[in-house]
Ligand binder design. Structure first.
Ligand SMILES: NC(=O)c1ccc[n+]([C@@H]2O[C@H](COP(=O)([O-])OP(=O)(O)OC[C@H]3O[C@@H](n4cnc5c(N)ncnc54)[C@H](OP(=O)(O)O)[C@@H]3O)[C@@H](O)[C@H]2O)c1
Length: 353
């Protein structure tokens, strides 16, 4: 089969992230959607009936009349399976698909901590994809599971990677302002979030993820194992009344004092590793640094680089740490569906399907 007709499926296709997959996969140059799967609630219905469409672009014509199938290896036959399932469901289903030979590109947190599961941001740690070889040996799978990080870890990790490479990062203190779409659909009740900020995302679970996942992604792959980066994190995670786009305010202690302008130049000049530079979903640019004092803002900046670019602003000296800045990343594009698609493109190009 040519690279230009690889059959792919979306599990959890009717949800917040699933809809992004359906949208981003329209006219994808390599991938063709052959199955849309969801729960028993939706199975058997046309996608246009089952999905309560919440994106501000029209539902793609190719998906409207597709009949939603149950998420099982008996009903879904695809080379790449994009998973937008909740953790409890993903725990069980993703290994079944990997065992059946599919490359599972997952948004769920189920296997992110797996020692042989790549937690990937191709513009940061494309080399970690080689962990799949260890995974296939360990599990005796023909397929594999590749995870993308939590949507709040994503943009922050891209920016920290550049600073870590250039100056060394020791400690990070970060506060998130997370969009509503990050809670799925229907998500947080309007009466809870209107006129409000909720300082507790996923009952504290979010903070734990954002304090750990960057350490894996910024870690080194040595002899089939990831050595976690030696960086301390402290994170506050807050839900705010923004539809899309997670903002994170970051203060970082570095191994050496750095002038903000030097950090800005490092961030602006950063290019992804060669294997991740020219893929269809590669962020162009990887990082955009805003000069305006009141940017980035979710409404104005989240679609930079088609939602794949990490937007950084307010890079300045921190009187307690060394440097502080603000990061914005589109949570359902760079932080979820776009992330998995970018990972799948890397897998394809590296001959790992
Ligand atoms: N939203 C984000 O920004 C974001 C970012 C990164 C990662 N994630 C992760 O991505 C995953 C999906 O999140 P979401 O926000 O898209 O959730 P969501 O809007 O609640 O959607 C959940 C999807 O899973 C389906 N589903 C539920 N139970 C199922 C079952 N037993 N079998 C098969 N399908 C089932 C639902 O189908 P029905 O419509 O039929 O019920 C729906 O399509 C989660 O693990 C989340 O943590 C989300």
């Amino acid at each position: 089969m040519s690279q230009f007709q690889i059959p792919v499926a979306v599990l959890g296709a009717t949800g917040s992230v699933g809809q992004r997959f359906v949208s981003l996969l329209e006219n994808h140059p390599w991938f063709k959607v052959v199955a849309l799967a969801a729960s028993d609630r939706s199975a058997g219905q046309k996608y246009s009936q089952a999905a309560h469409w919440v994106l501000d672009t029209p539902m793609p014509a190719y998906a409207r009349d597709m009949v939603v199938v149950p998420a099982s290896t008996e009903t879904v036959d695809a080379k790449i399976v994009f998973s937008a399932l909740h953790t409890e469901v993903a725990n069980e289903l993703e290994p079944q698909f990997a065992k059946a030979g599919a490359a599972v590109c997952s948004n769920a947190s189920s296997y992110r901590r797996g020692a042989d599961v790549p937690l990937l941001l191709p513009e940061v740690n494309a080399d970690h994809i080689r962990l799949i070889e260890r995974q296939r040996e360990n599990k005796n799978w023909r397929g594999c599971i590749v995870a993308n990080p939590n949507c709040t870890s994503t943009g922050m990790t891209v920016a920290l990677h550049v600073l870590h490479q250039a100056f060394g990062v020791k400690k990070v203190f970060a506060t998130s302002l997370q969009a509503l779409s990050g809670a799925g659909y229907p998500g947080v009740s309007s009466l809870d979030i209107m006129d409000n900020v909720i300082p507790n995302v996923a009952n504290g679970g979010e903070e734990e993820k954002v304090e750990w996942e960057p350490r894996k992604m910024l870690g080194k792959l040595n002899d089939g194992k990831i050595e976690l980066a030696d960086i301390q994190f402290s994170v506050h995670a807050n839900r705010v009344g923004v539809i899309d786009g997670h903002t994170v305010c970051v203060s970082a202690a570095l191994n050496q004092p750095v002038e903000p302008q030097t950090a800005i130049e490092a961030l602006r000049d950063y290019a992804a590793p060669p294997s991740a530079r020219e893929l269809p979903s590669s962020p162009r640019p990887v990082i955009e640094v805003k000069d305006e004092a009141d940017r980035p803002q979710p409404r104005l900046d989240r679609l930079t680089g088609n939602g794949m670019t990490t937007v950084v602003g307010r890079v300045r000296k921190d009187p307690i740490f060394d440097l502080k800045f603000v990061v914005l990343s589109h949570n359902t594009i760079r932080g979820a569906a776009g992330a998995s698609i970018y990972n799948a493109e890397l897998l394809t190009n590296e001959g790992l399907l």
